[in-house]
Write a protein that binds this ligand. Structure first.
Ligand code: ADP
Length: 484
């Protein structure tokens, strides 16, 4: 029941282990994108609130860093169990504040919770190494230590998983964390913080600061020398601002930024597999994913057959509120984001592109946009460069493998790339030649908590998940010991 669920979610700042009003007394509204109605008013953190969170994070930092790894592991494991036990609540809450359909919200609960389990298992496996100096003059001991208090800034598209992917490794490593969730979707993170408190995470180790004033709140924290790391998932533009700010105190940084994933279908692909893959890579999460297929590049021999099949599948998707059982796709997160999708499509069409299905916003309440397939895109069309972040499949043809790979790499981004072929030699060749941090071969979804997620070029720095993910929260210390 929605009313009971919303009543159970804390709406204050999560500070010192409890839900707390902002010192300013101010709040802001969280809106249901399927209806435009207000779901809740949450506390609006100020820089003074953020300083209080950092006071708490610093006060307990040494004690938390010194907890036995097994204790940290057990808390993470208990949080995994608790989130899993409340999967229905988390899923409904994400559908309400973010809009994705319930089955996808359930999928995100499983995926998001898995980072807590995965890093509970990593917490007890933080290693180091020793060696004898080559000249025999001493012993080299290498140990790993938590970086210290961290700021995690998350986007709205995966309200749970983008948080747990940072909180999991940070807590496992022994760091304290302040989360600044996206203003559109703060409720999921607030509920998670409450769950962590219930399973015994000490007060101050995790704070959550919803705010409409992200630049000043984050800026203030990053100027404070007690903060040692910023981990950000969001747009490349904001990532660049944060990197510049991080330079002042030489903060450790992890940056998961924008993408413009190519989805390349070769003539020798299995057509049905490729269409299934495109449906996932493009339409999952309403296309609102940094890994979403942004440029669908199809070899000309198979292009019309692929486009016709994809169009048929996309045209059959029912648009509606995420909680309705027959909805295949929910609303866009907000009016601004829908406006930017509308502008990209309208511009392409004005320049001569063909709409195969969809192509416009849906009238009425909420921020729905029709699932869309367009082709015949002119060379300079902005939709061939910019991140669409919506349910619009933009198809472009190519002739040779060489040309397909060159087009795929012709972007400043380098997050995910997908391609479909049944030819093993081509699969190996193309996987190596694609400039991306993650490559899917005959697969439309690649995310996995056990794998390193991250981009190259302007898509970011560092990895989240896998055994690599915890390294982002550890410093390497070398201890020079006398010869034995
Ligand atoms: P999106 O386009 O997906 O909303 P953004 O990069 O704008 O991506 O936002 C991602 C996160 O970064 C959100 O939590 C947002 O509040 C935060 N954010 C935006 N601008 C800044 C900034 N100047 N400093 C710190 N955080 C910011």
């Amino acid at each position: 029941n929605v009313t009971d669920l919303l009543r159970s979610v804390p709406t204050g700042l999560w500070l010192n282990g409890a839900s707390t009003p902002s010192e300013s007394g101010r709040t802001f509204d969280v809106v249901n994108p399927a209806t435009g109605e207000v779901l809740a008013a949450v506390a609006n953190a100020t820089p003074a609130d953020a300083a209080a969170a950092l006071d708490a994070a610093s006060a307990v930092a040494d004690e938390w860093a010194a907890t036995a790894p097994r204790v940290r592991a057990e808390i993470l494991r208990a949080a995994f169990e608790a989130v899993t036990a409340r999967a229905d609540d988390f899923a409904l809450l994400m559908t309400l504040e973010m809009g994705k359909i319930l089955p996808e919200s359930r999928g995100e609960v499983a995926y998001g919770a898995e980072f807590l389990r995965w890093f509970s298992e990593e917490a007890v496996r933080i290693g180091g190494r020793t060696a004898t100096a080559p000249a025999g003059t001493g012993e080299i001991a290498v140990v790993k230590e938590p970086v210290g208090p961290c700021l995690a800034i998350t986007p709205w598209n995966f309200p749970l998983a983008m948080g747990t992917r940072k909180i999991g490794p940070a807590l496992a490593a022994g760091c304290t964390v302040i989360v600044k969730p996206a203003e559109d979707t703060p409720l999921t993170m607030l509920l998670l913080a409450q769950v962590f408190a219930e399973v015994g995470l000490p007060a101050g180790v995790l704070s959550v600061l919803p705010t409409l004033d992200a630049p000043t709140v984050a800026g203030g924290l990053m100027e404070d020398p007690r903060l040692r790391k910023v981990s950000f998932t969001g747009s490349t533009g904001v990532g660049k601002i944060l990197l510049a700010q991080a330079a002042n105190n030489v903060l450790r940084t992890s940056m998961e930024l924008g993408g413009s994933a190519p989805f390349v279908v070769f003539d020798d692909a299995d057509l049905d597999k490729a269409v299934d893959g495109a449906m996932l890579a493009k339409m999952r999460n309403g296309g609102e994913a940094c890994t979403a297929a942004n440029r669908i590049l199809v070899q000309n021999g198979i292009r019309e057959a692929f486009t016709a099949k994809l169009t048929e599948r996309v045209a059959a998707m029912r648009v509606g509120p995420g909680w309705e059982a027959d909805s295949a796709i929910g609303p866009i997160i907000n009016a601004k984001q829908r406006g930017s999708i509308t502008a990209l499509v309208d511009e392409a069409v004005a320049a001569g592109a063909t709409v195969r299905t969809g192509g416009k916003p849906v009238d009425g309440a909420g921020f729905f946009y029709e699932p869309t397939v367009i082709d015949g895109l002119p060379d300079g069309a902005r939709i061939r460069r910019d991140e669409i972040f919506g349910p619009v499949a933009a198809i472009v043809g190519f002739d040779t493998e060489e040309q397909g790979v060159a087009m795929a790499n012709d972007t400043e981004y380098g997050l995910a790339a997908y391609f479909f072929t049944e030819n093993v030699g081509r699969a190996q060749r193309v996987a190596r030649r694609l400039q991306a941090g993650m490559v899917g071969v005959n697969r439309g979804v690649i995310s996995d908590p056990a794998a390193p997620f991250g981009g190259i070029k302007q898509s970011g720095l560092g990895s989240e998940g896998g055994s690599e993910g915890i390294e982002e929260y550890l410093n390497t210390k070398y201890i020079a010991l006398p010869p034995v």
